[in-house]
Design a protein around this ligand. Structure first.
Ligand SMILES: C[S@@+](CC[C@H](N)C(=O)[O-])C[C@H]1O[C@@H](n2cnc3c(N)ncnc32)[C@H](O)[C@@H]1O
Length: 148
């Protein structure tokens, strides 16, 4: 029922600050429906009741709603643009660069930034903050161990 999903979106926004309306609706709805059905719930309303009261259910929901795909130099062309057109200009006008990888997943993005910048300036002139709403991927980012 579309109204039920809308109500779910409103509730999740109040509870977590996350606005599910900003994500592709069909895809998100399918992911969450298959998750709650697997756990034996019959509706978004029923599922939300447990999300509210059971931290394990909330964590699983957060884990499922995020798509954590990442890789070093993902979307290579954009990194080229960042390096050639943006970073050089910024470095010329700033003494210290502060960079925020706001949805860093398992860390490949902030480490890619560090690798690019390490060719341009001493790393003590930059500060990189990496955050993500998904605690599981953040733990892997902090570990910083990747397959060869
Ligand atoms: C597809 S990954 C992209 C990772 C990295 N930025 C890259 O391009 O390689 C998207 C990440 O965004 C995070 N995310 C999704 N919604 C978010 C939100 N509202 N606030 C913070 N992080 C969010 C997810 O947990 C996921 O790790």
């Amino acid at each position: 029922m579309p109204q039920e999903y809308e109500e779910f979106i409103r509730n999740i926004k109040m509870l977590t600050g996350i606005d599910l309306a900003l994500y592709k609706e069909g895809q998100m709805k399918r992911r969450l429906t298959s998750l709650y059905e697997k756990r034996g719930y019959h509706s978004f309303r029923e599922y939300y009741k447990d999300i509210q009261t059971n931290p394990g259910v909330l964590n699983e929901f957060l884990d499922r709603m995020t798509i954590n795909v990442s890789e070093f130099y993902r979307n290579a062309k954009r990194w080229e643009v960042l390096e050639r057109k943006i970073l050089h200009g910024l470095l010329a006008s700033k003494k210290k660069l502060k960079i925020w990888s706001a949805a860093c997943s398992t860390g490949e993005e902030p480490y890619t930034i560090a690798m690019i910048l390490s060719n341009l300036v001493p790393l003590n002139q930059i500060e990189i903050l990496a955050t993500d709403l998904d605690e599981n991927v953040l733990a892997r980012a902090k570990l910083g161990i990747y397959p060869e």
